[in-house]
Write a protein that binds this ligand. Structure first.
Ligand SMILES: [Fe+2]
Length: 307
């Protein structure tokens, strides 16, 4: 049986139907799902009840997995599964003077690592009746729609990505301890070439990217704001309203995502579970790879288990 791919916006997001992903996938379905992911960058599967083990098995069809989260660990008994719980925020951050901007909270997962996860696979378990959506923005179309002089300029730049508390917050002691155990800082090209599609991607993960190498602090701040403001234009974004048992898979190499904070203004609970595929080291338009400044690469879960 073939899968059906129904696009959800012009630039990104498609719903996949005609396949039960808790069961082993045929080779054809595996290939077709991967092709849809590369093309639409965010793919959603509705109403697919799965256990942690089934989510892990589904993810394994597409490549090596990482530990649940390189900094924050994993669910007991499931080293590949990271719990995205509503209350995880309270244990990590304490409120600080707010400086929230339209792109605050957008990120690609763990771009502070030299090899950020290639793909993230997130499953909805407890979902509020309303609120708590997730947004994604397409960084390939963001690059493509810059003016030509700006594209050329961006291609010459490199950025420093660091694990730090989000803008407008300060870290709790517990978060600081976790972060101290696994410090991550990496220099990535501002325009990376997607390893499979060869698209140029404006690789500007707002939560992690702190500065542009070689520019003055003020130049860096202003240039980054131009890129960020551009990357999250509504035309380049896709917003998803979750239902229980939905699963979303996205290409972390070409999109950023954001969980709006509205859920924290309600008493509703939300519980998601994430599994990530191992990523490679990004490469710029000039062929230069990223450079690790602090921290070891993320390793496949099999190597980690053997440590
Ligand atoms: Fe994330």
């Amino acid at each position: 049986m073939s899968i059906e791919v129904n696009p959800l916006t012009i630039h990104l997001g498609a719903e996949i139907s005609g396949v039960e992903i808790s069961k082993p996938l045929s080779d054809k379905n595996t290939r077709d799902i991967w092709d849809a992911l590369l093309k639409w960058k965010v793919i959603v599967f509705r109403n697919q009840k799965m256990t942690h083990g089934e989510q892990v098995a589904f993810a394994r069809a597409f490549g090596d997995l990482t530990i649940g989260h390189a900094v924050f660990g994993h669910v007991d008994g499931y080293p590949e599964v990271y719990s995205v719980a509503k209350d995880r925020w309270d244990t990590r951050y304490k409120p600080a003077p707010q400086n929230i901007r339209p792109w605050t909270g957008f990120h690609a997962d763990i771009t502070a690592a030299i090899n950020p996860p290639a793909v993230s696979i997130l499953r909805g378990d407890v979902i509020p009746p309303y609120g708590g959506d997730t947004l994604w923005a397409n960084l390939a179309v963001a690059y493509e729609s810059l003016s030509e002089p700006m594209q050329k300029f961006a291609e010459t730049l490199r950025g420093i990505h660091k694990f730090q508390p989000p803008t407008g917050t300060d870290a709790t002691d517990e978060y600081k301890e976790m972060q101290d155990r696994r410090r991550l800082t990496t220099e990535h090209a501002i325009v990376r070439v997607h390893p499979e599609t060869k698209e140029k991607v404006l690789y500007v993960s707002p939560s992690f990217l702190k500065e542009i190498v070689g520019l003055s602090p003020r130049e860096s701040e202003q240039i980054l704001e131009i890129f960020w403001e551009h990357a999250v234009r509504p035309e380049f974004t896709f917003r998803f309203k979750w239902n229980t048992n939905d699963l979303v898979m996205w290409d972390n190499r070409s999109v950023v995502h954001c969980a709006p904070r509205d859920i924290y203004e309600s008493d509703f609970d939300r519980q998601l579970y994430r599994v990530t595929l191992l990523g490679d080291t990004p490469v710029g338009v000039d062929g230069r790879e990223s450079i690790s400044i602090q921290g070891a690469p993320i390793v496949p879960i099999s190597a980690q288990a053997a440590e």
